[in-house]
Design a protein around this ligand. Structure first.
Ligand SMILES: C[S@@+](CC[C@H](N)C(=O)[O-])C[C@H]1O[C@@H](n2cnc3c(N)ncnc32)[C@H](O)[C@@H]1O
Length: 248
């Protein structure tokens, strides 16, 4: 899917079931997440993750952080408990509208739309911490790789980059199953494809990138790989890997 289509699907997810689109936990489809319960998953994730990073990189600075693919701000809000300023970036304006309404940290947090396949709206070396969870998997690998190289460009020297992405591709997740009284005929598949094409039911693309490719990309972009590790993100059952890197 090209980025323009990816955006269209995420706008639709944001309007119909934003929390479930972020965390596709069983039983939470159809706006079943409670706001506090949902945001507390972000606090638990960020607190645990930062404790691990600090243990490994004691020089981590808590100035400015970037949350790429911030959605409704689940992790952005949690990062603001640790960092002086946090910028959440997303491709879907409808996600950002909701993120701003849940902001509890005033102007220490800003939410910025980015529809480009790069992050050129941000100057070099301005973030102490660049973070991205359960986002890079939802776009074609060619885009994910571009953004990862951008993460390295945006990190200040000595800055920390932490993100997760599956190592293998998996099937797309659909927002709502189409009407299924018919057997799986050609006609049914055509109907399903048309519904997706016109975003009647939004689709979450799922992609993976082999671990060695990511590791080489980080190094060729100017980062040192501190650690790659099996990472099972909340709400996901994928063979994901986490990458912790430091800008040289
Ligand atoms: C599953 S949600 C995760 C949100 C957040 N990282 C979290 O864990 O709470 C994925 C988010 O990535 C955003 N997204 C998808 N493709 C993107 C892109 N190319 N650039 C920026 N954001 C993107 C979607 O709009 C969506 O808000």
């Amino acid at each position: 899917m090209r980025l323009r289509s990816t955006k269209r699907h995420w706008e639709k997810f944001a309007r119909s079931d934003p929390f479930w689109a972020v965390l596709t936990t069983e039983g939470k489809r159809g706006n079943q997440w409670q706001v506090d319960e949902f945001f507390s998953t972000g606090v638990a994730t960020v607190d645990a993750e930062l404790a691990g990073v600090r243990a490994e990189i004691p020089s981590l600075r808590f100035g400015r952080a970037l949350d790429f693919g911030c959605g409704v701000g689940r992790l952005t809000q949690a990062l603001a408990r640790h960092f002086s300023t946090v910028v959440g970036v997303d491709i879907a304006e409808e996600m950002l509208v909701r993120a701003r309404s849940y902001n509890r940290h005033g102007d220490r947090v800003s939410y910025v739309l980015n529809t480009r396949d790069d992050l050129s709206q941000f100057p070099d070396q301005q973030f102490d911490f660049v973070y991205s969870l359960i986002t890079l998997q939802h776009m074609e690998p060619v885009y994910a790789c571009r953004y990862i190289a951008e993460f390295v460009r945006l990190a200040a020297p000595g800055g920390v980059i932490l993100f997760q992405i599956p190592a293998v591709g998996v099937r797309a997740i659909r927002g709502r199953r189409p009407f299924t009284l018919w057997p799986d005929t050609l006609l049914k598949r055509l109907y399903r494809d048309l519904r997706q094409k016109f975003a009647v039911d939004p689709v979450m693309e799922m992609h993976g990138i082999p671990r060695q490719e990511i590791e080489s990309l980080l190094v060729s972009s100017g980062a040192e790989l501190v650690r790659s590790y099996r990472y099972d993100a909340a709400g996901e059952q994928l063979e994901s890997w986490g990458y912790l890197a430091r800008k040289l």
